[in-house]
Design a protein around this ligand. Structure first.
Ligand code: SAM
Length: 249
């Protein structure tokens, strides 16, 4: 684990003010606000910077970025429409600071070298767990010295066959979905050494229990199902992988 310059102040405190969003209406998995809060505590973004929230879902991470990090956000998602998110941003009084965009991470509609940061919370593994995706599809949109800030569910370490079989049941037999879950070391190997970017931080997040418990308590049907698998021991294999990568030039 590379923990250079980690700031351990204020971890998991700001998101307590967002408890109204810890509900099945807004959560799409383990509490993304806890993950983002911890990432921003460890790697603060510069106020006023231009940020893509990649895989923003219902937009609550974009709201947190706009209000707490005070950045300008392009809230980008595939499954949730721009119209739905625009309605949320208006309702929350942040429509002047967050632009909703419907787009696929594999074909982003932005100018190259446009963003100071790309933040992706509980989403990156869906589209980037393959060699070359980050370099070809995402990195070009960062400015020089721009950063990718990722927090996603993953594994403490890669699974044995037996463990994979148990995990496959959780994924309802879908091997492609299972193959998106990996350890921090696996992700580091995927990124490898590059002349174009450097890994600034990689670590397992501290908010594991809180983020999952919020999801279980949300009453979401998938949260209830996930809890039943945790009760069978699933949690001991899982982790949240945190990564910060800086574009060099
Ligand atoms: C589990 S949800 C998390 C959403 C949000 N970040 C949060 O934590 O509340 C994963 C999100 O990733 C988005 N996603 C998956 N594949 C994507 C792709 N190829 N391009 C853009 N977004 C994608 C989905 O649309 C979905 O909203």
């Amino acid at each position: 684990m590379n923990t250079n310059n980690i700031n351990t102040n204020n971890i998991n405190t700001r998101c307590e003010n967002y408890r109204n969003f810890f509900t099945k209406e807004y959560l799409m998995g383990p509490n993304s606000l806890r993950l983002l809060d911890e990432m921003l505590a460890k790697y603060p973004l510069k106020e006023g910077s231009r940020v893509m929230d990649l895989g923003c879902g219902m937009g609550i991470t974009s709201l947190f970025l706009a209000k707490e990090a005070k950045v300008n956000v392009f809230a980008t998602d595939l499954w949730i429409s721009a119209t739905q998110n625009a309605q949320n941003f208006k309702k929350w009084g942040v429509e002047d600071r967050i632009i909703p965009i419907h787009a696929d991470a594999n074909d982003l509609p932005y100018a190259h070298e446009y963003f100071d940061a790309i933040v992706s919370i509980d989403a990156f593994h869906y589209f980037a767990a393959k060699k070359g995706v980050f370099e070809q599809k995402i990195l070009p949109f960062l400015k020089k010295d721009g950063v990718l800030v990722v927090a996603m569910p993953g594994l403490k370490k890669e699974l044995t066959e037996e463990q994979a079989d148990m995990m496959l049941e959780w994924f309802e037999g879908n091997r492609d979905d299972l193959d998106t879950f990996h350890s921090g070391k696996w992700w580091m190997d995927l990124f490898g050494d590059s002349d174009d970017y450097e890994v600034v931080m990689d670590f397992d997040l501290d908010c594991f229990d809180e983020a999952w418990n919020d999801w279980f308590k949300s009453g979401h049907e998938y949260g209830i199902k996930d809890k039943s698998y945790f009760n069978k021991g699933l949690g001991k294999y899982l982790s949240f992988v945190g990564i910060v990568i800086r574009r060099k030039h």
